[in-house]
Design a protein around this ligand. Structure first.
Ligand SMILES: Nc1nc2c(ncn2[C@@H]2O[C@H](COP(=O)(O)OP(=O)(O)OP(=O)(O)O)[C@@H](O)[C@H]2O)c(=O)[nH]1
Ligand SMILES: [Mg+2]
Ligand SMILES: [Zn+2]
Length: 343
C-alpha cells in the first residue's frame, strides 16, 4: 500500500485551504436569479458540485471553460437542485452565473432536513456506499433504512466498514455478526481503514463502475475516505475532516453540504453530511417490504393476503426465519421501521 499518511500539520493546512476557498467564494457575489437574460452569456451545460443555502457551485461542461467552477443562483421556477444535477446555466461575470434549466435525472436521493422536509441531496448516482465504523457505534436499523432507500431508488448498495484499525476485540464480534447478515443477503461488504490505507484499492475498483454517494453517521469517516480516494496530489480539493478529539462519539457534523468529487482516473463520488436519523416516513408499508431484498421471494406467499407476519398461521416470512433464510434481526428491524411510518 503506497498511501502516505498525512501529518497533523498537513491536515491542518488542507482544512485551512478549504476554509480559505470557501471564504473566497463567499465574497464573490453571484448573479441574482432574476438577472436580465440579455446581460447573461450563452446557455451552457454544467454540473452541480455543491448546493448550500440559496447558492450553487456549478462546474462548467462547456469546452471553452470546462472544469471551471462558477458560483450561481438558480431561477426561481426551477425545482430544488441537488449535488450531481446536470443543468444549463449562463455566466454573468468571470466567476458567477444563473442556472436556467435542469436536465433529466437518472436518480435522485432525498432525505429529511432538520425541519423534516424531504430535500434532494444527490442526483444521478448509481450506487450508495453506507459507511459505518466501530465508533461511532453502528445501528443495524439505520443501515436498513439506507438499504430500503437504495432498493427503492434502484441504486446499488455497498456497506463500507471503516476504521478497521480501531477495532476492539469486545466489539468486533457484534459488528462482524451484523455484517455477516448483510453479506448473507448478498450485499457487498468492504472493510477499510483510511488511517492504514487498507481496502482503499478494492473500494476504488467498486467506485470505477459507479457514481457513488457516501452516506452514514457523522464521524464514521466519509470525508476521510474521500481524501484517501483522491490521493495526495489533490490536497487543494480535499474534503474537510472532523477532529476525533472533540466529542466525536456524538458526532460534530463536519461536512455541512453534499459535495461532488472527481476521482483521479475516472468516476465521481458525492460526500454527504452525516446524520443521526434517516426517516422513511414518506414511504408506505409496501415500499418498506420491497426494500428488504431477502423478503421478496416470499411476497404474496403467506396463507392470508393481509398477513402482518407477526404470528399468523401459514406465514411464509416466519417460516423463512425459522428455516434460517431470513435473519430474525432483519425481520425485527422491518417491524421497527413500519412502526415509524406516518399512518
Ligand atoms: N482510527 C481511524 N480514524 C479514522 C479513520 N478514518 C477517519 N478517521 C477519523 O474519524 C474522524 C471523523 O472523520 P470524518 O471523515 O470527518 O467523518 P465524516 O463521516 O465525514 O463526518 P461528518 O462530515 O460529520 O458526517 C476524523 O477524526 C478522522 O481522522 C480510520 O480509518 N481510522
Ligand atoms: Mg464529512
Ligand atoms: Zn406472513
Amino acid at each position: 500500500m503506497t498511501k502516505r499518511r498525512l501529518s497533523q500539520q498537513q491536515r491542518g493546512r488542507i482544512n485551512r485551504n478549504q476554509e480559505d476557498r470557501q471564504t473566497r467564494l463567499r465574497s464573490e457575489k453571484p448573479a441574482r436569479p432574476e438577472a436580465n437574460p440579455e446581460d447573461l452569456g450563452p446557455e451552457i451545460p454544467g454540473l452541480v458540485i455543491c448546493h448550500f443555502g440559496q447558492q450553487l457551485e456549478i462546474e462548467s461542461l462547456a469546452p471553452e471553460s470546462v472544469g471551471q467552477v462558477f458560483r450561481c443562483f438558480q431561477r426561481t421556477n426551477l425545482p430544488s437542485l441537488a449535488t450531481g444535477d446536470r443543468v444549463i446555466w449562463q455566466a454573468d461575470s468571470d466567476s458567477t452565473g444563473v442556472v436556467v434549466a435542469l436536465q433529466d435525472r437518472i436518480s435522485l436521493m432525498s432525505r429529511p432536513n432538520q425541519q423534516s422536509v424531504l430535500r434532494p441531496v444527490a442526483a444521478n448516482v448509481s450506487a450508495v456506499a453506507i459507511v459505518i465504523a466501530p465508533l461511532p457505534q453502528p445501528f443495524a436499523n439505520l443501515i436498513d433504512r439506507y438499504l430500503v432507500m437504495a432498493e427503492h431508488l434502484g441504486l446499488r448498495p455497498l456497506i463500507v466498514l471503516n476504521k478497521v484499525d480501531a477495532f476492539m476485540a469486545s466489539r468486533d464480534v457484534d459488528i462482524e455478526s451484523m455484517l455477516a447478515i448483510y453479506a448473507c443477503v448478498g450485499y457487498p461488504v468492504l472493510r477499510v481503514s483510511c488511517k492504514q490505507g487498507v481496502g482503499i484499492e478494492e473500494l476504488k475498483r467498486f467506485l470505477a463502475e459507479h457514481t457513488v454517494v457516501f452516506v452514514g453517521q457523522s464521524g464514521v469517516g466519509k470525508s476521510s475516505l474521500v481524501n484517501a480516494l483522491l490521493g495526495d496530489d489533490s490536497q487543494e480539493d480535499s474534503a474537510l475532516v472532523g477532529d476525533m478529539s472533540v466529542g466525536r462519539e456524538k458526532g460534530t457534523h463536519t461536512t455541512t453540504a453534499a459535495r461532488l468529487y472527481h476521482l483521479p482516473g475516472s468516476g465521481d463520488l458525492i460526500d454527504s453530511p452525516g446524520i443521526r436519523e434517516f426517516g422513511l416516513w414518506h414511504m408506505d408499508p409496501q415500499m418498506v417490504f420491497d426494500g428488504f431484498a431477502e423478503f421478496q421471494p416470499y411476497r404474496g406467499a403467506c396463507r392470508f393476503r393481509d398477513c402482518s407476519h407477526q404470528q399468523e398461521p401459514g406465514c411464509a416470512l416466519l417460516k423463512a426465519v425459522e428455516e434460517g433464510h431470513i435473519s430474525p434481526q432483519r425481520l425485527a428491524s422491518y417491524f421497527a421501521l413500519l412502526s415509524t411510518l406516518t399512518p
